[in-house]
Write a protein that binds this ligand. Sequence first.
Ligand SMILES: NC(=O)c1ccc[n+]([C@@H]2O[C@H](COP(=O)([O-])OP(=O)(O)OC[C@H]3O[C@@H](n4cnc5c(N)ncnc54)[C@H](OP(=O)(O)O)[C@@H]3O)[C@@H](O)[C@H]2O)c1
Length: 246
Amino acid sequence: MNEGIENKVILITGGSTGLGAETARLLAGRGAKVAVAARRKDRLDDVVAEIAAAGGTAKAYALDVTAKDQVEAVVASVVADFGRLDVLINNAGLMPIRPMSEVNTDEWDQMIDVNLKGVLYGIAAALPRFLAQESGHIINLSSVAGIKVFAPGGTVYSGTKFAVSAISEGLRHEVGEKVRVTSIEPGAVESDLKFTTSGAAAETVLDFYKQAIPAASVARAIAFAVEQPDDVDVNAIVIRPTAQQF
Ligand SMILES: NC(=O)c1ccc[n+]([C@@H]2O[C@H](COP(=O)([O-])OP(=O)(O)OC[C@H]3O[C@@H](n4cnc5c(N)ncnc54)[C@H](OP(=O)(O)O)[C@@H]3O)[C@@H](O)[C@H]2O)c1
């Protein structure tokens, strides 16, 4: 158990796989009450069952973060089910890598809707509650691609992640006296994210991901931000494979 994590109610979007699921397992193992939300309810149920089998507390919520009303409804349900919300981890995302010249507006729309607007809808639902209770923590998953433009191929992905980092910093500036805000900026991490790239760049992405570090490394970074005492706000954590140059 862990003093800064135990009994905190933590909602993780994109909690069905990858970084989100691993973070749920770690935080639940340290005593948090974890709400995992994503579209694939069967995968969420597996994560919840695993946490329960290990003695932890978790609940699954079906959610498409591109639907503003659903995000608000899930946050309201978590508060109703657990009595409060302490931490929102805006983690849902996808990374279809493709040169701009191939003009794929469906992928551009998806990345903006999930990686960017999904984060904003999460903030919209959690922030009024955090301000009212005069505490709370918003953790956004940006990327090293939110520090340096991942081009060619990751230009729109980088655009969404630069935006997430900018929103995190602006939000901290605006509400930081009451609400903690953390931007997590990982490099290549083992998960299903690499499979969201199809087309000509797919092989290059798989090759790049050979250096990936385990999702648990990011989960530990997130736990570090969560467990700090209330007067300490970890603003940003950049974490990448030692071997990764980009
Ligand atoms: N892995 C890396 O190398 C890396 C590096 C830097 C940043 N990140 C960021 O970390 C976050 C998590 O990625 P990951 O690596 O864990 O990838 P992942 O294994 O593919 O997980 C992505 C998660 O997002 C969820 N998701 C996608 N669209 C959604 C939607 N419309 N509504 C709700 N949930 C949705 C997926 O669940 P469902 O399909 O069940 O909805 C899944 O749980 C992303 O924001 C990613 O950009 C990852």
